[in-house]
Design a protein around this ligand. Structure first.
Ligand SMILES: Cc1cn([C@H]2C[C@H](O)[C@@H](COP(=O)(O)OP(=O)(O)O[C@H]3O[C@@H](C)C(=O)[C@@H](O)[C@H]3O)O2)c(=O)[nH]c1=O
Length: 186
C-alpha cells in the first residue's frame, strides 16, 4: 500500500498494490487491517456508487455535519474524475484550502478525506463512475453543500458544468458557517 501526503494534512492518497497476470489484475481495494497497521483506522459503514453521464459533471462540494460527519475513501471505477477536498475546520491552519487529483481505474489511486472537509469531483469522461466508502450513514438532516465555484478550485473544466439544483444554489464559502472546528474534528 502506497500512502502519499497531500498539501492538506490528513488528506491522503492511497494506492493499493495490484497483482497482474494474464487475466488482468487483482487488488484489495480496501483492507481495514492493512490501513490500521499504518495508523489509519476508519470504521466505514456505507458504500456509495454514482455514475455521471456527461463530461464536466460537478458533484459537490458536500459534507455531513456532526454528529454524522463522514470520512470518505474515494476511487474511480470507470472513466476519469478530478477529486477534490477542501478544509472547512474553523481554526485550521489550512482552512479554505483545497487539494485535488485525478482518479481513474488506470492509476488505481484513492483519496482519503477525513471528516471536516468538503468533498466534490468533476468528471473528465462520459459515464464516469465513482465508488466510495463512508464512515457514517447518510443523514439528510446533516447534509450540506458549499458552492463548487467559491473555493478557488481550478477544476480544469472543458465546458459548462452539469450541476444538481442543490449544488447550483449552494452557499458560498465566504458566507458558509462551518459546523466543524479544527480541534473538534474527528
Ligand atoms: C449521498 C446520498 C444520497 N442519497 C439520495 C438522496 C437523493 O435523492 C439522491 C441524490 O443525492 P445527491 O444529489 O446528494 O447525490 P450526490 O450529489 O452524488 O452526493 C454525493 O456527492 C459527493 C461529492 C459526496 O461526497 C457524497 O457524500 C454525496 O454528498 O440520492 C441517498 O439515498 N444516500 C446517500 O448517502
Amino acid at each position: 500500500m502506497q500512502i502519499e501526503e497531500t498539501a492538506l494534512p490528513g488528506v491522503l492518497i492511497l494506492t493499493p498494490p495490484r497483482f497482474g497476470d494474464v487475466r488482468g489484475f487483482f487488488s484489495e481495494s480496501w483492507n481495514r487491517k492493512t490501513l490500521a497497521d499504518k495508523g489509519i483506522d476508519l470504521d466505514f459503514v456505507q458504500d456509495n456508487h454514482s455514475v455521471s453521464a456527461a463530461v464536466n459533471t460537478v458533484r459537490g462540494l458536500h459534507f455531513q455535519a456532526p454528529p454524522h460527519a463522514q470520512a470518505k475513501l474515494v476511487r474511480c471505477g470507470r472513466g476519469r474524475i478530478f477529486d477534490v477536498a477542501v478544509d472547512i475546520r474553523r481554526g485550521s491552519p489550512t482552512y479554505g484550502q483545497w487539494t485535488g487529483l485525478e482518479l481513474s481505474p488506470e492509476n488505481g489511486k484513492q483519496l482519503l478525506i477525513p471528516a471536516g472537509f468538503l468533498h466534490g469531483f468533476a468528471t473528465r469522461e462520459m459515464d464516469s463512475e465513482i465508488l466510495y466508502k463512508c464512515s457514517d450513514y447518510y443523514a439528510p438532516d446533516c447534509d450540506g453543500a458549499v458552492l463548487w465555484s467559491s473555493c478557488g478550485i481550478d477544476w480544469e473544466l472543458t465546458g459548462d458544468p452539469v450541476l444538481s439544483a442543490k449544488d447550483a444554489g449552494a452557499v458560498t464559502l465566504d458566507a458558509f458557517d462551518s459546523p466543524f472546528t479544527w480541534e473538534g474534528a474527528r
